[in-house]
Design a protein around this ligand. Structure first.
Ligand SMILES: N[C@@H](CCC(=O)N[C@@H](CS)C(=O)NCC(=O)O)C(=O)O
Length: 200
């Protein structure tokens, strides 16, 4: 039975595990469900997407699903070496706690509302979120000083998690030009096979 990852890759949270699977060559099915669909409400532990079914394992949380996928096939995205893994984990938690909330409301206002015909962006929400974005992007930019990748010398799950967050950066007009290290790193990230295969 193949692994199923539910959700549409237009969502950066869904794209994360799909990009990892494509990158390391784990075959997955991708039923394109929406959060309101019955299967999500009935089977996803958090009633959100993405959620994954791998035999008797049912998981939500994109970063947890990426880690699970890495256990299914030898790869270099989640190395055991302590200092690298510590740094990867730091960025996975930062991604969920701080990075995603610093851009997702802008994505909702400027992109999702347009797709769903929900009216104009609320510029107050955008402005308040941009304050958070500036703080977190400043941190990310300095974390990338003198580095090609976020942890160690090669791409890891840290780059997949944080990099997927920039999937819609252009279309939602995130001010990336203020952060040259992020721009240079993102240009490398989008060339990775898993990113090219899941580009939306
Ligand atoms: N922290 C979760 C976030 C998942 C999430 O918020 N998914 C959205 C779609 S991108 C969703 O299902 N929203 C519906 C809801 O919150 O009810 C992850 O990384 O997987």
């Amino acid at each position: 039975m193949s692994i199923k990852i539910y959700g549409v890759p237009l969502s950066q949270n869904v794209r994360k595990p799909l990009a990892v699977a494509a990158h390391i060559g784990v075959e997955v099915e991708n039923p394109p469900v929406r959060p309101i669909d019955d299967i999500v409400q009935q089977k996803s532990p958090s009633r959100r997407v993405p959620f994954m079914v791998d035999a008797d394992v049912v998981l939500c949380e994109s970063n947890a699903i990426m880690i699970h996928l890495c256990s299914r096939k030898p790869n270099n995205l989640y190395p055991e070496e302590r200092t690298i893994r510590d740094r990867i984990n730091q960025f996975l938690f930062w991604d969920a706690a701080h990075w995603t909330p610093a851009y997702q409301p802008i994505q909702f206002e400027r992109l999702v509302k347009k797709i769903l015909g929900m009216g104009d962006a609320d510029e107050n929400v955008v402005a308040a979120t941009l304050v958070k974005f500036e703080r977190e992007a400043g941190y990310l930019n300095s974390a990338l000083d003198g580095r090609e990748w976020l942890a160690g010398d090669a791409p890891t799950l840290a780059d997949f998690a944080v990099g997927c967050g920039l999937t819609h950066a252009k279309s939602i007009d995130l001010p990336l030009s203020d952060y040259p290290n992020i721009e240079a790193w993102n240009a490398r990230v989008v060339q990775l096979e898993g990113f090219r295969k899941t580009a939306v």
